[in-house]
Design a protein around this ligand. Structure first.
Ligand code: ADE
Length: 250
């Protein structure tokens, strides 16, 4: 899968995707991340300016339509050149006004061959550019960041780990939080006792079936206590439904 990130800060994107699992996936050719500097497309060559005052007044600066649209055209052409369908590749504009990014959206987007991510700065981007680029607005949460680069990296990370071969163990993407819409169970490693706290007895029993049952119960209980909103779409067996009802009365 190929990510094309339109940004004023390409180094942030490249360094933020160079290490750990995503860095390895890039080096192994499982994903590619290209950062395209919007500033390279401004017609205001003298100062490399990409922003201007907002019409109607108000605080801050707005990114101009021209460099964004020209950069977008160039990226779409780049994708087509590389054998993709640049004209119809999805373009996502990271903004707090967007639809909320979640695991389901990550899964859906992981099916794309090419994905364009547009990072804004200042007070936003001229609305006409968003219309002309056919941008879908996406937010990573209800808080405001200084730009779209960190949200773009969040999306790249979350989508990439769903691609085959990116994570070491084939199943690790499945077992973690949000599988069956439940949070993950608690994990422990050596030593058996640390500062007086012991690992739950059952994990030392070697009884695989009991361990699995305990983990599911922990997941259900955690989800109930921390994120009860997830439970309405949780996938539970009859026995687990009963367990949930029982802990709700405790
Ligand atoms: N840009 C600034 N804040 C953002 C957020 N919460 N999500 C996506 N893009 C953003």
């Amino acid at each position: 899968m190929n990510f094309y990130v339109m940004t004023l800060f390409p180094d942030m994107i490249l360094s933020g995707s160079s290490d750990s699992i995503i860095g390895r996936a890039r080096r192994n050719g499982l994903i590619s991340v290209q950062a395209i500097n919007i500033r390279d497309y401004t017609e205001e060559k003298r100062h490399g300016r990409c922003d201007d005052y907002p019409y109607g007044g108000g605080a801050g600066m707005v990114m101009q339509a021209q460099p964004v649209c020209d950069c977008c055209d160039a990226v779409r052409a780049m994708i087509t050149e590389a054998g993709g369908d640049g004209e119809h590749s999805r373009l996502i504009y990271l903004s707090p006004q967007g639809r909320r990014f979640d695991q389901a959206m990550a899964k859906e987007l992981s099916q794309e061959r090419d994905l364009i991510l547009l990072c804004g700065h200042y007070e936003g981007i001229d609305e006409r550019a968003l219309e002309l680029c056919n941008a879908e607005e996406v937010s990573i949460g209800d808080y405001v960041l200084t730009g779209g680069e960190l949200p773009a990296l969040v999306m790249i990370d979350c989508i990439s780990r769903l691609k085959k071969g990116v994570l070491g163990g084939e199943e690790s993407a499945l077992i973690e939080s949000f599988h069956d819409n439940l949070l993950e169970y608690p994990q422990y490693t050596r030593p058996e006792i640390y500062r007086g706290l012991s690992v739950p007895e059952i994990l030392l029993s070697g009884h695989h079936e009991n361990v699995e049952k305990w983990r599911r119960q922990q997941s259900i209980e955690r989800t109930l206590r921390r994120r009860p909103d997830l439970l309405k779409d949780a996938v539970l067996s009859k026995k687990e439904e009963e367990y949930l009802k029982w802990i709700q009365t405790q």
